[in-house]
Design a protein around this ligand. Structure first.
Ligand code: FES
Ligand code: FES
Length: 155
């Protein structure tokens, strides 16, 4: 039995310790907002927060999560910064197909919690591992700046 903390709630999971967190979130707990893209830590679609830092759920064995707090896209709106990021995403109409966007929002929120006024270089650095096959990168950058209270226009 592995004891997890997901979105502020304790969850006991009766699965092998090497089971990836993403499988638990989607298949056991019904939290399907976190997406499967590559399964190899290459695309960022599965990004969650682990103790406030962005982590790739597809390559995170649940055995590594004892005593750590996991937050997913389903709960990020309750966070002040996460709520501002989601509002900026809506206001600037960031998503196209939407598949990558949960991961994008989780990475962007982690960035803004760490650096409330990120530079372009900070944004590049924080978002480089989140791939968008629809090419919404310009709007993502604008929305991050918008959430940071700066001028952010749709690209
Ligand atoms: S599905 Fe985890 S990084 Fe691509
Ligand atoms: S919006 Fe389609 S993959 Fe990013």
């Amino acid at each position: 039995m592995t004891k997890l903390s997901i979105n502020g709630k304790p969850r006991d999971v009766d699965l092998p310790g090497d089971t990836p967190l993403l499988w638990v979130l989607r298949d056991e707990l019904g939290l399907t907002g976190t997406k499967f893209g590559c399964g190899m830590a290459l695309c960022g679609a599965c990004t969650v927060h682990i103790d406030g830092l962005p982590g790739r759920a597809c390559v995170t064995p649940i055995s590594t999560l004892a005593g750590k707090k996991v937050v997913t896209i389903e709960a990020i709106g309750a966070d002040k910064v996460g709520g501002a990021v989601q509002a900026a995403w809506i206001e600037l109409g960031v998503p196209q197909c939407g598949y990558c966007q949960a991961g994008q929002i989780m990475s962007a929120t982690a960035l803004l919690k760490r650096k409330p006024k990120p530079t372009d270089a900070d944004i590049d650095d924080a978002m480089t591992g989140n791939i968008c096959r629809c090419g919404t990168y310009g709007r993502i950058r604008a929305a991050i700046k918008h959430a940071a209270g700066e001028q952010g226009e749709p690209a």
